[in-house]
Ligand binder design. Structure first.
Ligand SMILES: Cc1cc2nc3c(=O)[nH]c(=O)nc-3n(C[C@H](O)[C@H](O)[C@H](O)COP(=O)(O)OP(=O)(O)OC[C@H]3O[C@@H](n4cnc5c(N)ncnc54)[C@H](O)[C@@H]3O)c2cc1C
Length: 224
């Protein structure tokens, strides 16, 4: 949550330490104006700098019973129920960022002339573009598959969403890295879009479940 984001925060906390994820967590919708609730410092992030993120600070903060979302003990279920959709969203973000990075790389590689020819005439760079485009398309299809499965209430949704998020986020950092490489030294400069895309893409392997956690989920589903 950031300082300019919404009037409420969804807060999930342990309310029964014995039970924890088995009915021991509760979700609350907390009004920003509640005494004792404040935002800590706004984090100085590497990328996605358009979206502010702050620590949530609770000091003797009391909320009314009406703030409970669902039932007491429902918190873990509520948190998990949002994850499938959230992961499709992150996969979509990954595809969008990578699409732009590929377009920038194609444009630049046609325009930049080195050793008397556009750099896209070099097979080494063409192979980069081929790999980028292929992985992007694969990620797009995995993302669409997960979205359609969710819309249709298809079985195996959790695995499909984790696969889409895992593959698409890894693909996005790969594609942005190569797009920056194709720009050479200019890619490292803030004047070029790829510098920002590279930084923005990096969070995708971390939030909404890291790549390692997606592999935990996928392997658990595969072993079922
Ligand atoms: C910009 C930003 C925005 C965020 N926004 C939100 C938000 O809106 N809501 C929210 O709830 N959270 C948010 N987060 C938190 C984010 O979801 C977590 O940072 C992320 O899930 C990783 O958790 P962690 O940082 O505690 O890492 P850790 O759990 O400490 O993990 C550290 C490393 O260990 C690995 N690891 C941990 N456990 C295992 C395991 N069992 N097997 C293999 N590897 C493992 C991880 O994959 C990672 O590489 C945000 C984070 C950032 C940076």
């Amino acid at each position: 949550m950031g300082p300019d984001e919404g009037d409420f925060a969804v807060v999930i906390t342990v309310t029964d330490p014995e039970k924890r994820t088995r009915g021991g967590m509760t979700a609350f919708l907390v009004d920003r104006a509640t005494p004792g609730f404040s935002l800590g410092k706004t984090e100085d992030k590497m990328g996605i700098r358009g979206a502010a993120v702050s620590e949530l600070v609770f000091e003797d903060c009391r909320v009314p019973a009406s703030a409970v979302m669902g039932e007491v003990g429902d918190g873990y279920r509520i948190a998990m129920s949002g994850l499938d959709g959230g992961r499709i969203g992150m996969a979509g973000l990954s595809v969008g960022i990578a699409q732009r990075a590929l377009e920038e790389a194609v444009k630049y590689s046609k325009a930049r002339v080195q050793f008397k020819k556009p750099i896209c005439e070099n097979q080494g760079l063409r192979w980069y573009l081929a790999d980028m485009a292929t992985r992007l398309e694969a990620a797009r299809l995995l993302t669409m598959q997960a979205a359609v499965a969710r819309q249709n209430g298809a079985p195996g949704l959790t695995k499909l969403c984790s696969m889409a998020k895992y593959y698409a986020s890894e693909m996005a950092t790969y594609v942005c890295d190569l797009a920056l490489q194709i720009h050479g030294g200019y890619g490292y400069m803030k004047d070029y879009a790829v510098e920002r895309l590279y930084r923005d893409a990096r969070i995708l392997r971390i939030f909404e479940g890291t790549s390692e956690i997606q592999k935990v989920v996928i392997s658990r589903e595969v072993l079922k």
